[in-house]
Design a protein around this ligand. Structure first.
Ligand SMILES: [Fe+2]
Length: 477
């Protein structure tokens, strides 16, 4: 789960490691002095540039989500490049797909498609259908007995993907072949879904459960069993998976661990317009790690300023690119410590329009990352990995607003006690996900997808630094 606390622990760990290495390095040489410990002076002023892409609604009417993702990436790399629309091949193409080993062969996660300007939140369109739609193999009877589950899914592919667009998520229950990774792979390939890396793969914080099938583990580690994963899209400011498929290989042996989803369109519909107006206007910024460089306070005047700048610059240049999250390094944003260096995403809208339908949706990980909320529910993340969410100007979001947003999010949570073999397919731009705390052993997994149909063109395979992923999962986790 990309922007979950699991990742944040590792982010902080990596940042800390890099900083420690740097401190014994040769040079405190480059930085211009700046006011030591003066938090506002260290706050960045830069704004995000080309990382997010806005699309006009008119251009989206007939495009598939995959097509939009394609065009988004092309827009990011070349504004003059010809946009190629993605078309799904006929269903018969499924049979020709090879189940090759996907180790090292996955394309990067697509760029986030931002379409967040000029949303009239006082005139939101009605939400006609919501998540989840349930497809129960036990209720299909003779229809399923005519062939294998894979054949049934392949034959229903177009209908299923249309239903997914309408509902935002589909819960497949009582399927047999999806109880094992290879059967799960057959399932998603029958839908012509093309796997990709998760948005923070480069960080090395997400272990892949079954590399050859592109299956990531879904926050099953015992150290995080008691941690509640709040609602979030699998998204950063710059990267967003198009679809996701969660699968249960084993329920938590001693209870809990239910998968949670919430419809971003319904959340928006239920929100107090005044709160919505405020947060939409102010935007949000998400802090992903805290690094307390308290030794800076012990340095003599003159050296303190240059050292502060040095570490800010070093961590930004050496570590932040690994996460490809468009982070800014900011001292003292949470007002707790002037020498606390926080990695913070740039200002972004908490509302986005769905790339295909144009439906405005709550597209914000506040429910998962708000420090105010984390402090009031089961949370096992150490201070260094604690996240927070600020207004766009780095001021605190009013607690009354945070409480209201929390209430609306929780009102819309659908608790899904997935059983072995159950799959939840979700539209990652429409539906947020999370999971309950659990006890015992649990084995849930997830595969992320860039597109449906033919794989997107020009998406370089395993483009991000997989070395980092390998290293951290073998050493730090
Ligand atoms: Fe997630």
């Amino acid at each position: 789960m990309s922007s979950d606390s699991f990742s944040r622990v590792g982010v902080a760990g990596l940042v800390a490691g890099a900083a420690a290495t740097a401190f014994v390095g040769p040079a405190l040489s480059r930085s211009a002095p700046s006011p030591a410990g003066a938090a506002p002076a260290f706050r960045g002023t830069s704004q995000s540039t080309a990382s997010g892409v806005s699309f006009g609604t008119a251009a989206l009417g007939t495009a598939t989500l995959a097509a939009v993702a394609t065009s988004a990436r092309k827009q990011r790399t070349s504004r003059t490049a010809k946009v190629v629309r993605q078309q799904a091949p006929p269903s018969t193409a499924v049979a020709e797909r090879k189940t090759e080993d996907l180790t090292g062969a996955l394309p990067d996660c697509p760029g986030t498609i931002w379409n967040a300007e000029d949303i009239d939140i006082k005139k939101l369109p009605p939400v006609k259908q919501t998540a989840p739609l349930i497809i129960d193999a036990a209720e299909l009877g003779d229809e399923l007995k005519k062939g294998t589950e894979k054949q049934w899914v392949a034959a229903q592919k177009d209908k299923i993907m249309a239903q997914l667009q309408d509902h935002g998520a589909i819960w497949f229950r009582n399927f047999e072949t999806t109880k094992q990774p290879d059967g799960f792979r057959e399932f998603y390939e029958a839908l012509q879904l093309n796997p990709c890396l998760d948005p923070i793969h480069t960080s090395g914080l997400r272990a892949m459960e079954e590399k050859k099938h592109a299956v990531y583990e879904a926050v099953n580690k015992p150290s995080l069993a008691g941690h509640f994963v709040g609602l979030h899209n699998e998204s950063t400011f710059v990267k967003t998976a198009t679809y996701g498929a969660f699968v249960c290989f084993k329920q938590a042996s001693e209870g809990g661990g239910e998968f949670l989803i919430a419809d971003g369109a319904k959340i928006l519909e239920d929100m107090d317009p005044a709160v919505l107006e405020r947060i939409y206007t102010n935007k949000v910024r998400i802090s992903v790690s805290n690094l307390d460089l308290n030794f800076l306070g012990s340095l003599p005047d003159g050296m303190r300023e240059s050292a502060s700048d040095f570490f800010q610059d070093l961590i930004f240049k050496v570590v932040a690119p690994k996460f490809d999250m468009d982070l800014e390094m900011v001292y003292g944003a949470d007002q707790s410590n002037p020498y606390r260096l926080q990695a913070i995403e740039h200002a972004q809208s908490p509302i986005n329009k769905h790339p295909v339908t144009g439906q405005p949706v709550w597209f914000c990980n506040l429910h998962n990352h708000s420090r105010y909320l984390r402090d009031r529910r089961p949370c096992t993340v150490p201070e260094v990995g604690m996240t927070d969410v600020y207004s766009g100007d780095l001021s605190a979001i009013p607690y009354d607003d945070v409480r209201h947003i929390n209430e609306v999010c929780e009102k819309n949570i659908q608790v899904m006690a997935m059983k072995e073999g159950d799959v939840v397919l979700l539209d990652n731009y429409r539906v947020l996900h999370g999971r309950n705390t659990f006890k015992g052993d649990r084995k849930h997994a997830v595969t992320w997808f860039e597109s449906c149909g033919e794989p997107l063109a020009n998406n370089q395979k395993q483009k991000p630094d997989d070395f980092m992923n390998e290293l951290i999962n073998k050493t730090l986790v």
